[in-house]
Ligand binder design. Structure first.
Ligand code: NAD
Ligand code: UDP
Length: 342
């Protein structure tokens, strides 16, 4: 089994494509598996252009057990990073079975196929959404998870539990759940970035599309929260920094440095940033004015969540490095490239 090879499920998407680049830079061979349900080949082509490596890509639905098993038989890898999932919170409330089917079945298939084929290490894409409206801030990995308020959030909790229980029961497996805070920005090359389909649900793509003239006006959802400026607080993590956290997680398992066979790490900056601060920073670093207005609160938003990153800093030896200024510049460079804006 090749310890320096990693299967990246969902690797054509936003976080997976950036992670593939960093894995290759760290000396790993990468195989990307994706059914392109929320992406297109531009992510894979971007990875190939940045790295100069003809990364193998397999168009496969991770829920299709037989087709997925063929990939496990064909490629020589020992670790999997599982990104492949649907991620729209609102849609998951309206159509929960779409989310339970895709997000759970794809993950169950991965764990079972790893067991059947003698593979060892799995990194799961979890989310700060598991903390809900947390009792303590910043949140540590020991902060209690709150009952999920969406099917999407529930799939994150359930997959964490599937990984925890599987690792406990099957000695061959090791697992790391990375709880991402708010990933933003794009690769400095502007060859890969976030490509939301339809109207963006997340703040930064909405901002960049507004700046590009694709959207008329950004709505800031609420200015009457109990925070210093009344808008919500989040921990915005640069996408390249986030990608590097996956390399650190894989290194840790491949090099047998993990303290427990199942571990959880927060991946954030440790800094709380308000919506107004983010918008103002975007305007300043990119030297433009954004059309925005204050709108009513968005249902389901937590007031504030940001990470205590001590564990990831100490154990993974990983730190967020890129500044918010740099990250928001990269987000705009990417949007300009996508829209052909000079
Ligand atoms: P994305 O939609 O850009 O990437 C996910 C990729 O998985 C897409 O390319 C999609 O085509 C693919 N995919 C989905 N279902 C599949 C299936 N059954 N078989 C094969 N491929 C499939 O999303 P992203 O932002 O890169 O998110 C990656 C992971 O990180 C997801 O699990 C998401 O829930 C998690 N996450 C994302 C965020 C965020 O804000 N972006 C925050 C926390 C956690
Ligand atoms: N937000 C906003 N306008 C938008 C999109 C998001 O004001 O068009 C706010 C949202 O209310 C939240 C923050 O930006 O306070 C981050 O939202 P996002 O959806 O990006 O991430 P999440 O809510 O999952 O943390």
């Amino acid at each position: 089994m090749n310890k320096k090879s990693v299967l990246v499920s969902g690797g054509a998407g936003y976080i997976g494509s950036h992670t593939a680049v960093e894995l290759i830079a760290a000396g790993y061979d990468v195989v990307i598996a994706d059914n392109l349900s929320n992406s297109d080949m531009s992510g894979v082509e971007g990875v190939r252009a940045i790295t100069g490596v003809d990364v193998p890509f397999v168009n496969v639905d991770c829920c299709d057990r037989e087709a997925f098993a063929e990939l496990f038989a064909k490629y020589d890898f020992d670790s999997v990073i599982h990104f492949a999932a649907f991620k729209a919170v609102g849609e998951s409330v309206a159509d929960p079975m779409k989310y339970y089917h895709n997000n759970l079945l794809s993950f169950i298939n991965i764990v079972e196929l790893m067991l059947a084929s003698g593979k060892h290490n799995i990194v799961f894409s979890s989310s700060a959404t598991v903390y809900g409206e947390a009792d303590e801030l910043p949140v540590t990995e020991a902060t209690e998870r709150k009952p999920a308020t969406s099917a999407y959030g529930n799939t994150k909790q359930m997959c964490e539990d599937i990984l925890r229980d599987s690792v406990a029961a099957y000695p061959q497996l090791k697992g790391i759940a990375l709880r991402y805070f708010n990933p933003i920005g794009a690769h400095p090359s502007a060859l890969i970035g976030e490509l939301p389909r339809g109207v963006p649900q997340n703040l930064v793509p909405y901002i960049t599309q507004t700046a590009a003239g694709v959207r008329e006006c950004l709505s800031i959802f609420g200015d009457d929260y109990p925070t210093p400026d009344g808008s919500c607080l989040r921990d915005y993590i640069d996408i390249v920094d986030l990608a590097k956290a996956h390399v650190a997680a894989i290194d840790r398992m491949v090099e047998d440095k993990n303290k427990e066979r199942y571990e959880i790490f927060n991946v954030g900056t440790g800094r709380a940033v308000s919506v107004f601060e983010l918008v103002n920073t975007f305007e300043r670093v990119n030297n433009l004015k954004l059309n925005y207005k204050v709108a009513p609160r968005r249902a389901g938003d937590v007031v504030a969540v940001w990470a205590d990153t001590t564990l990831a800093n100490n154990e993974l030896g990983w730190h967020a490095e890129r500044s918010l200024d740099e990250t928001l510049k990269s987000a705009w460079e990417w949007e300009k490239r996508v829209r052909n804006i000079k």
